[in-house]
Write a new protein. Structure first.
Length: 236
């Protein structure tokens, strides 16, 4: 199972200086999540469970990878710090750079990570094994040249509106018959909404999980419809 991440622009010149910090943060995420999952699944916990943790870990557009957006690269006392802003942020160049390093680590050392987690290695042992020995991301950290500024990009919190639009687009991507606002007229959009409402009512009689999924889709489709109408000029 490959770690998924979007192919986007990154700050290549910062990679050598922040990759050790990123590796340690990735290990922290995997170790914490695996412990939680081990406690939850008990005897059902397996290596496959760990692979499930690493699958979307490096994708900041996925729920499992949104931890990346909360990190702000900063310089402190001549070194690099990944400050946890404790909130979801907008994923810009630095966020994408962290995701890129995360993907590189998982893609090349996923098996070693999974095996170490399965052995119940401590977080420090896991970090030493993966970040220092296997990937060597922390073996030799280059000194930051005088005058070079790392982490200059400003971290921005994701607003409630940004979150709503993100969820709408995610819902549109998973729902059947995605809508192209530029090609659909108002009547077609309304027909599509009504069709999904009818389908959701039928699904509401079925299993709870599927019902809740469709309720979420319909909710965001409704908002997307209203937003689309506003782009088309609204009621005439």
């Amino acid at each position: 199972v490959e770690c998924k991440v979007l192919q986007t622009a990154i700050k290549k010149d910062e990679v050598p200086f922040i990759r050790c910090n990123v590796c340690q943060e990735v290990i922290k995420q995997i170790h914490r999540r695996s412990n939680d999952l081990r406690e939850k699944e008990k005897h059902k916990f397996s290596e496959e469970s760990v692979f499930g943790i690493t699958h979307n870990l490096c994708d900041p557009t996925n729920e499992q990878g949104k931890w990346i957006t909360s990190l702000d690269v900063t310089m402190e006392d001549g070194g690099i710090v990944l400050a946890d802003m404790a909130k979801e942020g907008k994923c810009k160049l630095e966020c994408n750079t962290i995701a890129h390093i995360c993907q590189d680590l998982i893609s090349n050392h996923e098996v070693e990570i999974v095996e170490a987690v399965w052995r119940k290695s401590s977080r420090s042992s896991l970090s030493n094994e993966i970040c220092h020995s296997e990937s060597q991301m922390c073996k030799k950290i280059p000194k930051i040249p005088s005058g070079k500024e790392i982490g200059a990009e400003e971290w921005d919190e994701l607003t409630a509106h940004d979150q709503d639009m993100s969820k709408i687009m995610e819902a549109s991507q998973t729902a059947p018959q995605p809508v192209d606002v530029e090609e659909e007229n108002e009547e077609d959009l309304e027909d599509l909404l009504q069709d999904r409402l009818r389908r959701s009512k039928n699904l509401n009689r079925g299993p709870g999980l599927l019902s809740r999924w469709w309720s979420t889709i319909v909710s965001y489709t409704s908002r997307f419809y209203e937003w689309s109408r506003s782009l088309l000029g609204g009621d005439k």
